[in-house]
Design a protein around this ligand. Sequence first.
Ligand code: ZN
Ligand code: ZN
Length: 123
Amino acid sequence: MAQAAYDGDALARALEHDHPNCEDNTCDVTKAAAIGCYLWAAHLLSGATECEETEDALNDVFNQLGGKASFDQELELERQELLAQPHFECSSCGALIWTAEGEAFCSNCGKLVYRPEEPEEEE
Ligand SMILES: [Zn+2]
Ligand SMILES: [Zn+2]
């Protein structure tokens, strides 16, 4: 992972507090935090729910990064880093399942679903 330009520990602790013990394999927040993309995880969580500690920590990072331009740039980097993780779309509900396995029980709809075949390369 690229050298973080902010204090990830404070964000990690806030996320732990505001979104604890999540084992949902469709949860972007948990997946992002697990790979060290705390800023993107906190951004997603604060967009989805009330989370005072995470919002405070986000504000601190905003100041550490020196404002909106570098904050947005860092967010975008982490968003792309998350999307580069192995995942596939649930064929039943359309949620993104964060797994490298060929099959998974979707935490969103509870169904056993399979990774779609990679499309054949065109000659
Ligand atoms: Zn979660
Ligand atoms: Zn599903």
